[in-house]
Ligand binder design. Structure first.
Ligand code: GLU
Length: 509
């Protein structure tokens, strides 16, 4: 009996990884870490027709970005490899044959035309697409309907076949889901799913069960969309391996559209203007780009935090959790049964909070690179960090830093003169001319000294300091934004501050 917790994330590499998939990764990871277990990445690529080049690398990169690295995977290897189902093809056949021997599965030789004929023949208004199941299997060309000799002959002459599960009639398949409690299915609703395809590849149903068994998976977390497949997996598991080592199942609630109407899809993101993928994804065929959280400027800490609480809470009012805290506090009993509505504004709130919470060094490099991409080379890291620290309260997404801070490193491209002009007069002009003189002579270039000088001079000119601060700000940053104006002046330095005042005075002529 294997007691060590072993969980798996088992994606099919068919495209970008959306929020639901990432949350499955996260819950798997948290559960494994919390219980000192193993987190396995298994690539389920048996359906070659749906395989998308680059998707596997993309999935790995998403996990890496979030710091949710698997203990065993196609890349790292491990004691239960290979971890890619296409490399395990030879393993599955034996299990499919075992099921046939035990009377739990059968060979089906039907061609696609025969299947089509069956569908049109039995189609009714209530049942527009009849399934291959116990009610129809006797009418079809399979090893149940045919005699043993006929079956043997067809196999001998290499007739293409698939292997199908023989779903029992009118039985109840029950299991306890860790989130939903007891779940029951009547087998009358389940069709005889294909287990092994004509090309010898297993379908997902057979592969998932065999691999969960061979990889000693103890808990299987996956999206709710897999719930209808669960009875097939449970039947297969019982037929092949008995009850004993069956993993505990947990079907995670869906992530819903912001209005709560149905599952969140990639199209909702495009339509409503927010990301649903962890990272940018470019479809290799259409070259269409789907934007990701990473490239839009989310911190992985915020992304993980936001995902964790989409469908889970720790029972308190706490909303901000680090990965370490999540590991400590996560429990499956507190995962909600109902779907969780995605809220992009809330996702941004998490990012803003994490920008404020984390030391600048955690994300400085990403912001620095974004500055360099826009032509601002940062030579002085210390100054850069001070600037980031100063403006971080005003930033929600990482690209906001460029808007909020590029003027520290480059003169503003435009100066919003129209915001100064209406209240501009000779007295103010005189004030700034004298300010230039005073600032040129100032012995200290420090916040309090600069402020004191400014205010005293305002008083001497009998102008309210408040009326002068806005023009001063616009002179330094180009517009009505930014942190404290004397903090800005300190960081710009004497020469640049004076230069910017002079430049604006000329424009005001
Ligand atoms: N390969 C399935 C998927 O693409 C995994 C389902 C499961 O975890 O059992 O989502």
């Amino acid at each position: 009996m294997n007691n060590k917790v072993r969980v798996r994330f088992a994606p099919s590499p068919t495209g970008g990884l959306h929020l639901g998939g990432m949350r499955t990764v996260l819950y798997n990871y948290l559960f494994a870490r919390k219980h000192g277990g193993d987190f396995i990445l298994r690539i389920e690529d048996t359906d070659q027709s749906r395989y998308v080049a680059g998707a596997e690398e993309y999935i790995l990169e998403c996990l890496k970005w979030c710091g949710l690295n698997p203990d065993e995977s196609p890349q790292t290897g491990g004691a239960y490899g290979p971890y890619k189902q296409s490399e395990r093809k030879s393993i599955y056949k034996e299990y499919a044959e075992r099921l046939i021997k035990d009377g739990k599965a059968y060979y089906a030789f039907d061609t696609s035309e025969e299947l089509e004929t069956m569908r049109s023949k039995y189609k009714t208004l209530e049942n527009p697409s009849p399934q291959y199941d116990k009610t129809l299997r006797a009418q079809m060309r399979n090893s149940i309907a045919l005699s043993d000799n006929e079956t043997k002959h067809l196999l001998e002459i290499n007739t293409p076949f698939v292997i199908r599960i023989k779903v029992p009639e009118n039985e109840t398949v029950s299991f306890t889901d860790m989130i939903r409690g007891e779940v029951n299915f009547n087998t009358s609703t389940i069709d005889d799913k294909v287990l092994l395809k004509a090309d010898g590849m297993p379908t997902y149903h057979l592969a998932v069960v065999v691999d969960d068994y061979l990889m000693k998976i103890t808990h299987a977390f996956r999206g709710e969309e897999w719930l209808p497949s669960a009875p097939v997996h449970i039947l297969l598991w019982r037929y092949l391996f008995g009850e004993e080592n069956m993993p505990q199942w947990a079907h995670l609630p869906l992530i819903l559209k912001p209005d709560g109407n149905g599952k969140l899809s990639k199209r909702d993101g495009d339509r409503l203007g927010f990301p649903v993928y962890a990272m940018n994804w470019i479809d290799p065929k259409t070259k269409e780009l789907t934007k990701g959280f990473r490239e839009l400027g989310f911190l992985p800490e915020a992304f993980i935090n936001m995902l964790a609480v989409l469908g889970w809470n720790d029972g308190t009012e706490q909303e901000l959790f680090s990965l370490e805290e999540l590991i400590e506090k996560f429990s499956i009993d507190r995962v909600h049964k109902n779907g969780a509505k995605f809220n992009y504004e809330k996702a941004k709130w998490f990012n803003h909070e994490w920008i404020k919470k984390l030391p600048v060094d955690n994300w400085q490099l990403t912001v620095k690179n974004s500055f360099e991409e826009k032509g601002i080379v940062i030579n002085d890291d210390k100054k850069f960090n001070t600037v980031l620290e100063l403006v971080k309260d005003r930033c929600t997404l990482l690209p906001d830093f460029f808007e909020q801070a590029s003027f520290f490193f480059k003169s503003p491209e435009t100066i919003d003169i129209t915001a100064i002009q209406p209240k501009w007069n000779d007295l103010k002009k005189q004030f700034f001319a004298e300010l230039i003189r005073a600032y040129s002579l100032a012995t200290e270039w420090q916040h309090d000294d600069l402020e004191k000088e400014f205010k005293e001079m305002a008083a001497a000119h009998q102008i309210k300091a408040g009326e002068l601060l806005l023009p001063f700000r616009i002179m330094l940053v180009g517009g009505k934004f930014g942190p404290g104006v004397f903090d800005i002046a300190v960081l710009l330095g004497r020469e640049e501050t004076i230069h910017r005042i002079k430049h604006t005075l000329q424009l005001l002529h």
